[in-house]
Design a protein around this ligand. Structure first.
Ligand code: PXL
Length: 282
């Protein structure tokens, strides 16, 4: 009699902050990754009342607690099909993430690094030169990296410009990031007139510039929505190109609906309403 092969549900550890308001980091990763049928296991890096884009916020750094938290996981022998990292606040925290990858990352583990460092040509105020170097070191350990244009420039030492990017310049930047370590890189949010483009580079495949019609301006949390879909798809074995298309299409739909509902910029995107369509779009 033939044995029935039961496919085990996939599991991703997400190392990111918990911001109570503003729909970013863990409050985005948890529902989206879960919705895509993957167990999402948070490793909190900090607890914030709301993200740092608001005029004021409470910030409780969790760095000192992270080692004890993950040590229990080690004792219990948990393993992960994916490890995804996002906003990281200090060099020490990045070191802890490196330790986490060593302790929990096997040959089959997909490591997805979203090098959250800045946007619109500016690094976040917390981002020192030292932190940028550390983040570059983390990208070296990734299988997939999802920098936006600002972060791609920072990682490769390329001067930032708001528009006028040629394919050749994007290819050079993407190849420099691939040379650091990841075999799949997508540079997100490249303005191209009425379009917004993602440059997709996968080792051994043709590189592509995927464009969608631009809607509104960039909003906080859209990078987290995008990276969460990429992470879940990666452990579900969905091709990178297809995954980037669906992630950018979903972000676009979310922004459109968010504008219709007149949601304030800082409150991110109302992805909750749009989730059913995401799964149908697999
Ligand atoms: O989505 C990026 C992000 C994540 N976490 C925190 C942030 C930001 C962007 O401002 O402040 C705490």
């Amino acid at each position: 009699m033939e044995a029935i092969q039961v496919q085990r549900q996939k599991r991703i550890a997400v190392i990111n902050d918990l911001s109570g308001m503003g729909r970013c980091s863990l409050t985005v990763a948890l529902p989206i990754i879960s919705h895509l049928g993957v167990q999402c296991c948070p490793v909190p890096t900090a607890i914030l009342s709301n993200h740092t884009g608001y005029a004021t916020y409470f910030f409780d750094d969790y760095t000192d607690r992270m080692e004890a938290y993950t040590a229990e996981w080690k004792k219990l022998g948990f393993t992960f099909d994916g490890i995804a990292t996002g906003f990281l606040g200090s060099a020490r925290q990045i070191h802890l993430v490196r330790d986490f990858l060593q302790n929990f990352g096997g040959v089959q583990t997909q490591v997805i690094v979203d090098p959250v460092m800045g946007d619109h040509g500016k690094l976040y105020v917390t981002y020192t030169q030292e932190l940028c170097q550390e983040m570059k070191g983390l990208v070296e350990l990734a299988d997939i990296a999802t920098p936006n244009l600002t972060e791609a420039c920072s990682l490769t030492g390329t001067p930032y410009k708001e528009s006028g990017w040629h394919k050749k310049e994007l290819r050079e930047m993407a190849e420099k990031i691939v040379a650091l370590g990841p075999d799949r890189v997508v540079i997100t949010g490249i303005p191209q007139g009425e379009f917004i483009a993602n440059y997709v580079c996968e080792k051994g495949s043709e590189q592509r510039l995927l464009r969608t019609h631009r809607v509104g301006t960039g909003r906080p949390g859209t990078g987290d929505v995008f990276a969460s879909i990429i992470a879940a798809d990666a452990v579900n074995g969905i091709g990178f190109d297809q995954s980037v298309r669906r992630a950018s299409g979903f972000v676009r739909k979310c922004i459109k609906r968010t504008i219709e509902l007149e949601i304030p910029q800082n409150d991110g995107v109302c992805f909750e309403e749009m989730l059913p369509g995401l799964r149908r779009n697999a």
